[in-house]
Design a protein. Structure first.
Length: 181
């Protein structure tokens, strides 16, 4: 079913919060995240005719565009020479690592720090699963990896978080399963 421009825009705007959360988690910088969000929606609009609406909606498609755009930017920036001089770097304001978790400010800082400390692939996977509530299949589509890799990454992320957050779990009366010990 082909969508009108208005229908497409309405569906896309419903996913703005999800796109914003992932952009902030990936970029860890509000200005970069805003640029990434804008680029994601521009690319989505340009590719509107290739989008096919399914029962899962537009979220996985938009998140995949976002992630691919972020990866392409990261690869491009590795190739570009660093134009900033070291003495200018000292004058730049520090960006707090918790910017990626603005939506979670009420969360325990230990939880935020534990998630922030995960390797990028594990952090992205756990956020897509826990925050965006995507299925394994949708996470696999967004991250361009097999479902088995998604399952493995989730297992490793949970194990790392369990190891780092044992004290927090005890405070909240949560026992670690024997399989995690």
């Amino acid at each position: 079913m082909a969508l009108t421009a208005e229908q497409f825009s309405e569906l896309a705007l419903r996913e703005l919060d999800a796109v914003s959360r992932l952009a902030r988690a990936l970029c860890r910088n509000t200005a970069e995240a805003e640029d990434l969000i804008q680029d994601t929606f521009l690319k989505a609009i340009r590719s509107r005719n290739t989008f096919t609406l399914t029962e899962v909606g537009m979220r996985p498609w938009l998140l995949r565009i976002l992630r691919n755009t972020w990866i392409n930017r990261a690869n491009r920036s590795k190739l570009e020479p660093d134009l900033l001089q070291p003495d200018l770097l000292e004058q730049l304001p520090e960006v707090s690592a918790d910017l990626a978790f603005e939506d979670w400010r009420a969360s325990d800082t230990r939880l935020v720090q534990a998630i922030e400390g995960l390797p990028e692939a594990l952090r992205t996977t756990i956020l897509l699963w826990a925050i965006e509530d995507l299925s394994y299949k949708d996470i696999a589509d967004v991250t361009s990896v097999p479902i088995g890799t998604v399952m493995s990454r989730l297992h490793r992320a949970r194990r790392m978080l369990a190891d780092r957050l044992g004290e927090l779990a005890s405070e909240h009366g949560i026992d670690r399963p024997a399989s995690m010990e």
